[in-house]
Design a protein around this ligand. Sequence first.
Ligand code: IFM
Length: 456
Amino acid sequence: MTSYRFPNNFLWGAATSAYQIEGAADVDGRKPSVWDTFSATAGRTLNGDTGAIACNHYHTYREDIKLIADLGIKNYRFSLAWSRIMPDGRGKVNEAGVDFYRRLVDCLLEYGITPHATLFHWDSPQALEDLYGSWLSREMAQDFADYATAVVTRLGDRVTSWMTLNEITCFTHLGYGVDRVPQHAPGRQVGSDSEVWQTVHHALLAHGLGCQAIRAATPQPCSVALVDNFAVTVPIAESPQHIAAAQKAFGSFGYNGGILLPALTGAYHPDFFKPGAAAPKIQDGDLQIIHQPLDSLGFNIYCGTYVRAADNEAGFEIVNFAKSYPQMHMPWLFLQPESIYWGIRHISETLGRSDLPIFISENGCATEDEVNWKGEVVDSDRILYLRQYLKSAHRAVSEGYPLQGYFVWSLLDNFEWSWGYDRRFGIIRVDFPTQSRTPKSSADWYAECIRQNRAV
Ligand code: IFM
């Protein structure tokens, strides 16, 4: 009965983000974000879905928090909508918007649930897009820091766990990236890779200035994290040569060299500065700003990439997923539980940051849920997926890597960006026409994991 048991202080949580669940898009002074504009533009999202209503959480947060409490979940990660707090992106603070988050946090605290707040989960104010093209401009970094100051000054008396930006890759490369049709996220298409990397650089600066702003504004000790969905290289087999290949590949794989490396080591990967490479313009002192001391790293993990040793210049090669490799209900989401273990191990061992505590800030999957004749959703596929990943997370803990907690993605079925409401990641089903909530079998399973403090 004691197998896969986590340490007593392990944090069990669930995660959401503002635009994906709140709705109430024009209530109490909120102004549009780039996602309101993007999703309202014909052809951008599946079925033309938008987050205008989403899970209506702005109005149902009390009931939703009670559901969290009923499951025994003690940690809740949510994000704040910048354009609720600062409708024009800069300048005047909308106190009615802040009040919503005060109510939300107070309700969490009443139930004994610790709030973990992400300041930016992709929904930048449309006003800043109109003013200077959002992440195309360096001004965005300072505006983000000012927004962070406004939030932490007002909510820092009740929130002590802060995350700056969520998944820089997604709102930069997927929004501004060249040659991407259809476009999967808001952002003006730019003409070159170095311009895309410039948006990343501005986001990293926002993270760095944001960390400084949080620490300056907090009225009490707090923790600050970056949340990244870095690319995980997984050895095809755990032999010394394939492990070495996965480690060799890690620093330059995916977008790691331009996001994770500068944030955690203070330097872009050397490949960025080779002739013809797409280095952004970097000003003196930028890397010091970006490389802030962090209390932890939030690691969003869904799946990674297999790598094997190869007799080539690089010493490794990527192994594509085989044709009938098990996959969840997303084109990019393969069942690869080892990715959670290897991601954690790479931070500690490959990057040499064993000092940095890690928490899984998102892990979950979309499944083709069905409601049975009893009105239940028996999502055995989601349980299979989550159980394997938790066991793999446990392996990291048992080998001494500093994993502190786990947030399942997601608490609720929600607006899955350009996939609209078609893809369901929740452990609680949302029937969008009626807004009724039904905990799925995976929610009961997760509650049992929490109760027993282990992967059951
Ligand atoms: O829904 C998203 C979330 O907003 C960011 N990480 C990945 C999830 C699933 O696609």
